[in-house]
Write a protein that binds this ligand. Structure first.
Ligand code: FAD
Ligand code: MLT
Ligand code: ZN
Length: 483
C-alpha cells in the first residue's frame, strides 16, 4: 500500500490554522510545533498493536461547529482525516495508515437530553459507553448495547461501527435503536437529523448510512437513541457442555423456557477458557474441564419469577444431560465474575504477543466447524505448538451464539506472514461457502477492505462506491479502508 499523492502533506501553516481554531490543549502536534501537549503514539496505534500510522496531528474538537470548520478546511486543502473515538476498534479502522490527521471526539462528552417517559437519550458522540450507561442507570434505563470495551469506547464509535455486543439478542441492532444522528460531512455541512421519534417514514433513512459507515462519509457528532427500561432482576448462569451439538440444544431450550427474559446467550470454547486461566491466573467457575461453556443472562422485572424460571431451566438441561455442569450467580459480585470469564477473553488473547481475529456470521449449525478446520490447518502447516519455535499458541472460538456470530481467534507469539498466508483467504473462502459474513459486527476497516467481495456482490459494492463518492468526492474521509 502506498500513500496517495493526491493528499497534501501537513505544513506548519495548516497546524497554525488548527491551533488558532481549537486553542491550547485541544491538539497533539508532533514535530510541527513547539507546544506539543501530549504523546501522539496512542492515537497512532490500535488496540491490538497490529496497525500503526504516522500521523503528526491529532485534533480534539469540542463542538460540532469546530468539527465542521476542521473538515471544511481539510476538504479544501486535500488533507486526509481519520475519525477516532475510543480507539478500541478491531479492524484497524481507527488509526491512520500514513499521515492522516486524527480527529478524536474525546472532548465532546455532553449528555444533551434524556426523556424519562420515552427513554430517548440525546448525547454527544464522544460520551464513553459506560458513562452513558451509568447515567441511564440512575434513571432506571439501560443503553441498548453492551460490550467488553465499554470503559473506553465511545457511543459515536459504537454507532460508526454498528457494534453488536453482548445483548443484541435482546435489544436488537443499532440500526433499529438509533433514532437520529447529527453528523458533519467532509465539506463542513452539518447534517442535523437528531430526530427523537420512534416512527418517521418521510423519505430515505439517510442516518443508516452513518451507522456502520466507519467514518468514511462523515463524522458523527451526536446521536439520539431509544433506551429500554433497566431490568430490576438480573441473573447469570455459566455451564459446561460436552459438544457443540449440546450448545445448540441448550440455546433452543433457553429460547423456549426463558423466552422473554433471556438477554444474552454467549459461547466460549474450552480452549478460550483455558487460555484465560493461563494468561490471568484466574480460577474458572467450574471444576474439571469441558470442551464448551455457555453463559446465559436473564433480565426481567420480577426476581422471584426469573430465578424460578432459570432454576427450572438449569434442572431440566442437567437432567436431560444437555449440560454437564453449571453454576448460578448468587449475587452481584458473582454476576460480574461469571461475565468476566466471557468479557476477559479478548484481552487475554493478546497476552502472548498478538492475535489474528476473525469476526464471522455463520449459520448456527456449522458456526463452530471453522474453528476446528482452522486448527487442523495450523497443525498440518506445523505452525502451532507450545514453544517459541511455533508462532501460533492456539486456535479458539467464542462469541455471540444467540446471534450466530463466532469470533475465531488465533493468538500468536508474533505476527507472522506464514500464519497470515495460511489464514487468508482460507477463512474468507470458508465463510463464503456457507453464505456467511466475513464481518458480523467489527466492520471492514483496513483488515477486511480487500475481502468485501466474499460477502457482497459486485452490484452492492458498486452502489456503496457511488454513495462514498457522493458524500466524500475528494476521498478525504478515512482513506485506504472500507471499500
Ligand atoms: P474507534 O475504535 O475509535 O473507531 C472505530 C471506527 O469508527 C473507525 O473506523 C473510526 O474512524 C470510526 N469512528 C469512530 N468515532 C466516529 C465518529 N464519531 N464518527 C464517525 N466515525 C467514527 N465490537 C462489537 O461489535 N461487539 C463486541 O462485543 C465488541 N467487544 C469488544 C471488546 C473489546 C475488549 C474491544 C477492544 C473491542 C470490542 N469491540 C466489539 C470492537 C468495537 O468495534 C469497538 O469496541 C467499538 O464499537 C468502537 O468504538 P470506539 O469509540 O473505540 O471507536
Ligand atoms: C467480543 O465479543 O468479545 C468482541 O467482539 C471482541 C472480540 O471479538 O474479541
Ligand atoms: Zn463480539
Amino acid at each position: 500500500l502506498k500513500r496517495d499523492s493526491k493528499y497534501s502533506q501537513i505544513t506548519p501553516e495548516h497546524v497554525r490554522f488548527f491551533q488558532e481554531l481549537l486553542g491550547s490543549g485541544s491538539a497533539v502536534i508532533d514535530g510541527l510545533s513547539t507546544d506539543a501537549t501530549d504523546d501522539i503514539e496512542p492515537f497512532n496505534s490500535d488496540w491490538m498493536r497490529k496497525y500503526r500510522g504516522h500521523s503528526k496531528v491529532v485534533l480534539k474538537p469540542g463542538s460540532t461547529e469546530e468539527v465542521s470548520k476542521i473538515l471544511k478546511y481539510c476538504n479544501n486543502n486535500m488533507l486526509a482525516v481519520v475519525p477516532q473515538g475510543g480507539n478500541t476498534g478491531l479492524v484497524g479502522g481507527s488509526v491512520p495508515v500514513f499521515d492522516e490527521i486524527v480527529i478524536n471526539l474525546q472532548r465532546m462528552t455532553n449528555i444533551r437530553s434524556f426523556d424519562e417517559v420515552s427513554g430517548i437519550l440525546v448525547a454527544d458522540a464522544g460520551v464513553v459507553l459506560e458513562i452513558a450507561d451509568n447515567f441511564l442507570a440512575e434513571k432506571n434505563h439501560i443503553f441498548p448495547l453492551d460490550l467488553g470495551a465499554k470503559g473506553s469506547c465511545q457511543i459515536g464509535g459504537n454507532v460508526a461501527t454498528n457494534a453488536g455486543g453482548l445483548r443484541l439478542l435482546r435489544y436488537g441492532s443499532l440500526h433499529g435503536n438509533v433514532l437520529g444522528i447529527e453528523a458533519v460531512l467532509p465539506d463542513g455541512t452539518i447534517v442535523d437529523d437528531l430526530i427523537k421519534l420512534r416512527k418517521n417514514n418521510t423519505g430515505y433513512d439517510i442516518k443508516q448510512l452513518f451507522i456502520g459507515g466507519e467514518g468514511t462519509i462523515g463524522i458523527i457528532t451526536a446521536i439520539s437513541i431509544l433506551c429500554p427500561q433497566r431490568s430490576s432482576a438480573l441473573n447469570v448462569a455459566y455451564f459446561g457442555l460436552e459438544s457443540y451439538e449440546k450448545c445448540q440444544q441448550a440455546f433452543r431450550e433457553a429460547k423456549s423456557q426463558l423466552s422473554e427474559i433471556l438477554s444474552a446467550f454467549e459461547l466460549m470454547d474450552g480452549r478460550s477458557q483455558k487460555l484465560l486461566n493461563r494468561a490471568t491466573g484466574r480460577k474458572l467457575p467450574l471444576e474439571g474441564e469441558h470442551p464448551f461453556y455457555c453463559l446465559i443472562e436473564t433480565s426481567g422485572s420480577n426476581s422471584d419469577h426469573d430465578s424460578e424460571k432459570l432454576t427450572n431451566f438449569l434442572e431440566h438441561v442437567m437432567e436431560s444431560e444437555i449440560v454437564s455442569d453449571g453454576v448460578l450467580a448468587q449475587d452481584q459480585t458473582q454476576i460480574r465474575d461469571l461475565w468476566s470469564c466471557r468479557e476477559g477473553i479478548p484481552e487475554c488473547l493478546g497476552h502472548w504477543g498478538g492475535v489474528y481475529k476473525y469476526d464471522l456470521s455463520i449459520p448456527i449449525s456449522s458456526m463452530y466447524e471453522i474453528v476446528n478446520d482452522v486448527r487442523d490447518r495450523m497443525t498440518e502447516a506445523g505452525l502451532i505448538g507450545d514453544d517459541d519455535a511455533h508462532p501460533v499458541v492456539d486456535v479458539v472460538g467464542y462469541g455471540h451464539m444467540g446471534d450466530s456470530n463466532v469470533h475465531l481467534n488465533i493468538p500468536v507469539r508474533r505476527y507472522d506472514k506464514k500464519v497470515e498466508k495460511a489464514l487468508e483467504p482460507f477463512v474468507y473462502e470458508w465463510v463464503q461457502g456457507k453464505y456467511g459474513s466475513i464481518s458480523a459486527e467489527h466492520g471492514l476497516g483496513i483488515q477486511k477492505k480487500p475481502y468485501i467481495g466474499y460477502s457482497r456482490s459486485d452490484t452492492m459494492i458498486k452502489l456503496m462506491k457511488q454513495i462514498k463518492d457522493l458524500y466524500d468526492p475528494n476521498g478525504i474521509m478515512n482513506p485506504y479502508k472500507y471499500l
